[in-house]
Design a protein around this ligand. Structure first.
Ligand code: FAD
Ligand code: NAD
Length: 463
């Protein structure tokens, strides 16, 4: 049995864990990272990146199909396109390979020792890892749990065969003719739209009264409109019951039942923290609901043990995990750091995309704040017109008394790239006047941001 010691041990090399290890290495901390699968975690191997590769491929295919069907006003015509999903998956795997290889290279550059295998706590300072060459014992002054999350299974619809999670969906080599998506949240809609564009007949079954229940109805409306255009059937207030020979049996909003024919049933009803396999039961760690409880320094209830990323709660987003990872590395290095972020922007890569940073109007009102809202439609934006897609808007939510910007949302084609401007404005404590007084390049969709701020002050220029 081999034994090593280090100052910092990180369990899990997803966005949280690998960023923590790289930053620790940069700071000269003697660091070991243990990963059971591939560096990059869910995000790089079966999450953010593969799904966006699929979404891009589907958009390209859909665009050409649109031209082939004579649906373009621009004047482009082409022959009917074909999609080889096997090749798409190989292309996607190539991107994943480049990124996971890149993460390993960055860890090596930062002099982080990578141990491949499943880590399990022996006690609060000791981990054992089953590696290909035997058991490795690692003793560490500080340990970071970054074990991530996994898909939630519906008991009546266990994964396997026809019933798949996003991981299997992103490895399909043929487009399913009939796809039923259970759960109309982030993953269900991102992938449901992508498969629809690739040729699947898609039905979305959502338990609540609205798809994307995290967002308000105004933000979701342009997406719902696009789903209709794509021919995606959306059943709200409906829930999946069982699989039968004829397909997926659901309970409808009216309380009856319906069988939806399905070649594949994609279950996307959320993700849960990965709490099994690493020894949680042997430790004295507090939970916050399903997640590990942490404080504003990502410290758990046990001294010297930190937790970051999806295992610590919502929002389960890669950039939150990375920011926590970087912070914990600096804390271990002795820096004075604590979680003081004003917002964690979120992007839903649907068609059109949705961005939200800070508070939604109802959240601000819920905090008892008096607010001003400015909303500017892309139908009044020159750049949007030149891209044949004028749906959506930018909305700014600010305090009525001092114009401090509390939240910024957008829905529209390509608005994901505005997310950093939105987050920066909130992080810097911008007032409406700061956004309105910043020159926004013309012609860009970002002018909608400036106009929304002007509108909140009562004098938008282009509407
Ligand atoms: P993970 O990325 O889950 O990594 C945890 C790692 O720990 C894994 O590699 C796992 O193998 C390893 N591990 C677990 N237990 C052990 C053990 N005992 N020993 C050794 N290793 C272990 N987020 C976004 O911000 N933007 C997006 O566009 C986005 N798209 C997504 C699309 C899909 C389809 C999915 C599923 C998720 C998406 N997410 C997105 C969420 C994002 O992937 C997660 O928030 C992020 O990966 C969390 O990072 P993490 O480091 O906490 O955990
Ligand atoms: P989600 O929480 O976004 O959506 C789950 C949906 O399923 C909800 O609308 C919920 O009401 C519905 N639901 C729950 N139980 C149901 C049932 N029995 N029948 C029908 N509907 C049901 O979860 P997800 O889409 O699985 O994604 C998991 C997490 O991954 C997200 O919360 C997010 O943190 C992360 N993610 C982020 C991105 C991104 O940032 N673009 C993309 C994908 C995933």
């Amino acid at each position: 049995m081999k034994e090593i010691s280090c100052k910092l041990l990180v369990i899990g090399a997803g966005p949280g864990g690998y960023v923590c290890a790289i930053r620790a290495g940069q700071l000269g901390i003697d660091t070991v990272i243990v990963e059971a699968k591939k560096p990059g975690g869910t995000c790089l191997t079966v999450g953010c990146i593969p799904s966006k590769a699929f979404i891009h491929a589907a958009e390209e295919f859909d665009k050409v199909r649109h031209f082939a069907n004579g649906g373009s006003a621009i004047g482009i015509s082409v022959e009917a396109p074909r999609l080889d999903l096997g090749k798409t998956v190989e292309w996607k795997d190539g991107i994943v390979g480049r990124l996971t290889g890149g993460v390993s290279a960055l860890l090596n550059k930062a002099r982080v020792k990578i141990v491949k295998g499943e880590a399990k706590f022996r006690d609060g300072k000791t981990i054992e890892v089953e590696t290909e060459t035997g058991t490795q014992i690692i003793r560490a002054e500080n340990i970071v749990i970054a074990t991530g999350s996994e898909p939630v299974e519906i008991p009546a619809l266990p994964f396997g065969g026809t019933v798949i999670s996003s991981t299997e969906a992103l490895a399909l080599r043929e487009v399913p003719a009939k796809l039923v998506v259970v759960g109309g949240g982030y993953i269900g809609l991102e992938l449901g739209i992508a498969f629809s564009k690739m040729g699947s007949a898609v039905t979305v079954v959502e338990a609540t009264k609205q798809i994307l229940p995290l967002y308000d109805a105004d933000l979701v409306r342009p997406v719902a409109k696009r789903l209709k255009e794509l021919g995606i059937r959306v059943l709200t207030n409906a829930s999946a019951k069982s699989l039968s020979d004829g397909g997926l049996v659901i309970q409808t909003a009216e309380g009856g039942s319906e069988t939806l024919p399905a070649d594949k049933v994609l279950v996307t009803v959320g993700r849960k923290p990965r709490m099994e396999g690493w020894g949680f039961d042997e430790l004295d760690l507090d939970r916050a609901g399903r997640f590990l409880r942490i404080d504003d320094r990502c410290r758990t209830s046990m001294r010297g043990i930190y937790a970051i990323g999806d295992v610590t709660g919502e929002p389960m987003l890669a950039h939150r995990a990375m920011a926590q990872g970087e912070m914990v590395a600096e804390i271990v290095a002795g820096h004075k750091r604590s979680w003081d972020k004003r917002c964690i922007p979120a992007v839903c890569f649907t068609d059109p995309e949705i961005v939200s940073a800070g508070l939604l109007p109802d959240e601000a009102r819920g905090q008892g704040l008096e607010i001003k809202i400015g909303q500017f439609p892309f139908s009044a934006n020159g750049r949007a017109m030149t891209t044949e897609n004028e749906d959506g808007f930018v909305r700014v939510v600010a305090r009525a008394d001092n114009h401090l910007v509390l939240g910024i949302q957008g829905v529209g084609q390509g608005v994901s790239e505005l997310s950093s401007a939105f987050a920066l404005a909130i992080e810097m404590g911008a007032r409406l006047e700061d956004i309105a007084g910043t020159i926004h390049a013309h012609p860009t969709r970002s002018e909608g941001f400036q106009e929304a701020a002007l509108k909140a002050m009562g004098h938008a220029l282009h509407i």
